[in-house]
Write a protein that binds this ligand. Sequence first.
Ligand code: TMP
Length: 389
Amino acid sequence: MKKQFLNLGKQPIANRFIYKDQIENEFLFDLKVAFDEETKLVTQVEYVDPPLMFNEDYTYRGSMSNTMQKHFKELSNSLNTNPNLKILEIGSNDGVFIKNWPTDQAIAVEPCGNFAKETQDLGYITYPEFWTTSLSNKIQKNHGKQNIIFAANCICHIPDLDETFKAVESLLTEDGVFIFEDPSLAEVINNTSYDQIYDEHPHVFSVIALDNILKRNGLQIVKVDNLSVHGGSNRIYAQKLGTKVDSSVEKNKSYERVLGLDKFETFKRFAEKVEQSKRDLIRILNQCKKENKKVISYGATSKSTTIFNYCGVTPELIDYITDTTPEKQGKLSPGTHIPIITPEEGFDESVDYAYLGAWNFIKEISEKESKYLDRGGKFITHVPTVKIV
Ligand code: TMP
């Protein structure tokens, strides 16, 4: 049974950056978050219909950051031993992972039409569809079972996890491995990074919850890697039931039990910290405005959509957002309608404070913007607590 612990208010589609004439018809939904007592899954009370989010207008490009390019290259190199292994990627986005593989070895699944075309143009067989049982059956018929099924920042986007895992299990070879990575619930709790919750992330995964749901669908977690990307993620290796399990699985689960991720009360306390974070952010932004400082936001992220809409951050508090993604530039942020411009246009001498929408890339950004920091420019972040850095 799902028990609600957090209400993040009315929210738009986090990655749908819009033009002025689209404001009137902007889709909004109630973002409420719950804990499922049976599986221990943290999940939204009601899910947004996936085609509303994942379609040919989708703007998030995995390859926009050097950190992610390097991350997927390193992973591919570590896996890429036998050229006879067949690999399938669910949610290939703009090809940031799959492009490290030969085109005759890897198959892409990508429901966003614009990105499906990109992986197709790179030479990969691409299924421009959502991951379903019928697609899994079709791929098995056309290409046989797969040795590796990979998904990055995708499985936590899919409302029906039971169907997803069953469809993976039936397509894997007997010793095949399902590798997927998504933001870690432990990190969200430790960092009060409630902005990991938005329409596209109907779930935030603990290892405990994932293993419960995988097991009822014929799979089990055999290894966990803790990753620093996306503000702290877990890479899960799952195989068919009965396979040897690495000690990293119990290590992660016992850490999660210490954090209380298997108990509803933990999330009630988390909700109180989220409210405090909102009050602190608004206080800092108001103070900057009172002092006539220019405040912008760095990175038009889906995460900042949750923050801005929940906290009520509008163009009165943040002049504009800079972002390197061409598809976002010239548009307005979802729900709060803050203009998005290029860093070349907007990240100049006049900026006093930049709220880090892309706080998960703080290292990459601080290195890139060392001149800004050297001249006294400051970043504002809410992770792990609201502060100026
Ligand atoms: P993400 O946090 O959802 O991965 O999105 C990161 C966004 O931030 C993406 O739109 C690209 C943007 N970005 C910049 O504008 N400048 C940068 O230096 C980096 C690393 C990201």
